[in-house]
Design a protein around this ligand. Structure first.
Ligand SMILES: NC(=O)c1ccc[n+]([C@@H]2O[C@H](COP(=O)([O-])OP(=O)(O)OC[C@H]3O[C@@H](n4cnc5c(N)ncnc54)[C@H](OP(=O)(O)O)[C@@H]3O)[C@@H](O)[C@H]2O)c1
Length: 251
């Protein structure tokens, strides 16, 4: 099959490309570095012609609605016009989360559903790399500040990529469909993640300070709205600790 992968050089997209190619399919990575800017229409229709599916991994949270909402809508329209199955990556827990980026991701999903073409949306929890970023951001020296009961169920990006490839190569839905959410195997507090990250580089466990949540966004994280309800997501992939050991250089 011929599958277009937007953001095909990004963290997730490059793994989707490898997965599809490894299974013997033609994976076509597209993004600005291949000459296709999704914020314009130039080249979009041409790359979709003759394709069976497009896996949409391109995004740029720093540009507000421009890529996350508008480019996604344009891609959905073009995919529907050419009868191409759109497989879109989204985020677990965005229905009632006030974080501006998550609200945009929800609007992107709603735009896809409203367009009425064959489309599958897969929601994933935060990737292991993002959980690491959060832990580093909230840790200064031997001190980690956590907000309320903030926690993550981070997922291995490779696991998400395999699921996206499965969806792109699988049966095309008649219209809009939501795949089962995906998450990693462990629910970890921010303090536990920071402890694993520090241990990985030979440092002692941090002292964890619990700060009160201030504002709606902090409260949403403190209430763990980013975490799937127990049993509601397909869990798999490497644990956070396995991923750290295998992917992150020590030091
Ligand atoms: N990180 C997480 O924890 C997480 C969790 C769940 C879901 N997701 C979703 O996963 C997706 C991919 O995340 P990621 O971490 O793999 O992102 P990433 O590494 O930043 O890759 C995004 C890619 O999008 C491309 N892109 C940006 N603007 C573009 C434009 N105007 N036109 C065409 N391509 C453009 C970029 O390539 P060029 O620079 O070459 O254009 C870039 O390689 C996002 O939709 C995100 O919401 C992420």
């Amino acid at each position: 099959m011929r599958i277009v992968v937007t953001g095909g050089a990004g963290d997730l997209g490059s793994r989707v490309v490898s997965e599809l190619s490894g299974r013997g399919h033609e994976a076509v990575p597209v993004s600005r570095r291949t000459g296709l800017d999704l914020t314009t229409d130039a080249g979009l229709e041409a790359v979709l012609v003759g394709s069976d599916a497009v896996v949409h991994c391109a995004d740029d949270p720093s540009r507000g609605d421009v890529v996350t909402v508008y480019a996604t809508r344009r891609l959905e329209d073009a995919a529907a016009t050419h009868g191409v199955h759109l497989v879109h990556i989204s985020i677990v827990g965005i229905d009632e989360h006030p974080l501006a980026y998550y609200r945009r991701k929800l609007r992107a999903e709603q735009g896809i559903e409203a367009a009425g073409g064959a489309a599958t949306v897969l929601r994933a929890t935060q990737f292991h790399s993002l959980a690491t970023f959060f832990a580093r951001t909230f840790t200064k020296g031997p001190l980690t500040v956590t907000i309320g009961d903030m926690a993550f169920q981070p997922v291995d990006t490779d696991f998400v990529a395999v699921r996206l490839a499965d969806l792109a190569l699988g049966p095309r839905p008649a219209a809009y469909a939501r795949a089962a959410d995906v998450a990693g195997p462990d629910l970890l507090t921010l303090g536990e993640i920071a402890t694993l990250v520090r241990a990985h580089r030979g440092a002692s466990a941090p002292r964890v300070l619990h700060a009160p949540a201030v504002g709606r966004v902090m409260r949403a994280f403190a209430q763990r709205r980013n975490v799937p309800a127990p049993g509601s997501a397909d869990e798999g992939g490497r644990t956070f600790a396995e991923w750290l050991t295998q992917e992150v250089p020590r030091g």
